[in-house]
Design a binder for this molecule. Structure first.
Ligand SMILES: Nc1ncnc2c1ncn2[C@@H]1O[C@H](COP(=O)(O)OP(=O)(O)OP(=O)(O)O)[C@@H](O)[C@H]1O
Ligand SMILES: Nc1nc2c(ncn2[C@@H]2O[C@H](COP(=O)(O)O)[C@@H](O)[C@H]2O)c(=O)[nH]1
Length: 219
């Protein structure tokens, strides 16, 4: 995968893929929206899904809503960077917008499950930074799913019964954030992104930058 661009301090670096996963309702969407609003240079990956649109969701903004045959065609044409079946629906990451953003020097934010994260890691280990969001308690998780008021009791029951399964993958992630309070969890996730942007190994322009500094010192 081609990644490239400039850091905010003018030093070239490879773009990164910033992944948030969690059991349903722990707060990925909330934190993703804040990150996109407040972190320049970060672009949201809009997934394709076969699930029904929730009230208030907008096609192309929240998801690309597609039917099953269209999803299968995307898989067949290798248009998805990763895909998985989650809660009986298909979800996948369209490849082209991610590659375009990374090539343009942007970082890309993903709200995807553990299966998708594993697939991204297999494709681009060095460029994936993964964060697992945990709820403070099971009771809070259930309360959040109800307070979102967008899923039926049956759907919420299904999501609660899958939460333990999803959570069993926590140790595969680079960072773990417990979302007690949105502002605190946001500050933690933001710090992770800021620090990862400064990692030496993805700052491809550092050698030249330091040589330039040394030249100035000698000259
Ligand atoms: N720290 C928090 N305290 C209280 N409520 C929260 C907190 N974080 C998120 N919420 C609320 O919990 C609900 C679920 O959050 P959100 O939709 O962000 O979860 P999610 O992880 O994206 O879920 P899904 O995987 O189902 O898309 C929302 O109503 C959101 O406003
Ligand atoms: N592997 C992928 N998982 C995805 C993708 N887009 C979303 N998701 C995950 O699905 C569940 C349910 O989402 P919801 O919007 O129906 O509540 C959640 O865990 C998402 O992270 C994707 O492209 N690939």
């Amino acid at each position: 995968m081609t990644t490239g661009g400039h850091g905010f301090d003018g030093v070239e670096r490879r773009g990164l893929m910033f992944v948030l996963s969690s059991p349903s309702g722990a707060g990925k969407t909330t934190l993703s929206r804040l990150l996109i609003e407040r972190m320049p240079g970060l672009k949201m990956s809009v997934s394709a899904t076969t699930r029904a649109k929730r009230p208030g969701e907008v096609d192309g903004r929240d998801y690309q809503f597609v039917d099953k045959p269209s999803f299968e065609e995307m898989v067949k044409q290798d248009e998805l960077l990763e895909w998985a079946t989650v809660f009986d629906n298909r979800y996948g990451t369209p490849r082209a917008p991610v590659e375009a953003a990374l090539s343009a020097g942007q970082d890309v934010l993903f709200d995807i499950d553990w299966q998708g994260t594993q697939q991204l890691r297999e494709k681009a280990r060095a460029d994936v930074v993964s964060v697992f969001i945990l709820p403070p308690s099971a009771a809070d998780l259930e309360k959040r799913l109800h307070s979102r008021a967008q899923d039926s009791d049956e759907v919420i029951r299904k999501r609660m019964s899958r939460a333990s399964d999803e959570m069993s993958h926590w140790a595969e992630y680079d960072y773990i954030v417990i979302n007690h309070d949105v502002d605190e969890a946001f500050a933690e996730v933001q710090s992770i992104l800021k620090a990862e942007r400064l990692k030496r190994e993805r700052r491809t322009g550092l050698v030249g930058f330091v040589r330039g500094l040394q030249g100035q010192l000698q000259g």
